[in-house]
Ligand binder design. Sequence first.
Ligand code: HPA
Ligand code: MG
Length: 175
Amino acid sequence: MERLKLVISQEEIAKRIKELARDISKDYQGRRVVFIGILKGAFIFLADLVRAVHLEQLEIDFVRLASYGYADATSGEVKITKDVEISLKDKDVLIVEDIIDTGITLDYYLKVLPRYEPRSVKVCCLIDKPERREVEISIDYRGFYVPKGFLVGYGLDFAEKYRHLPAIYEIERVS
Ligand code: HPA
Ligand code: MG
């Protein structure tokens, strides 16, 4: 059995997204920006974020990264199972992540991105959860800092469940 404990409410998420959007809009004013959502988890955050920013030349794309190997293996292989479809050349790229946990998959993707010749690359995550971090990631826009725990809702899943929940919960196992 699993029990859900509220960690971040719908209202808190909405308020924080407005603040992030204000910073992002200011920093990218007049630029050609591509927001890249990391599937599947970022789909709700990206949808809310793009509707809160004010940028005229905004484009949106998605990638899906799959990591193989074991949770504790830094050597775990990462594959791009769905790549971007629009050109990133000379554009400012903002990676939009739901949660940065070990950092392994994002670190891999950040190393691949220069191949597309973007003008710049920054990272925006809804949740920074450092408990299991294995590689250092520089986060430019951070929604919330949650020290630990397994989180679900607002795009985050546990075995594909709970993504649709409008708030963020910690999942607790009860026997
Ligand atoms: N919840 C859901 N998915 C995740 C998490 C989490 O806390 N960390 C990494 N992927
Ligand atoms: Mg998942």
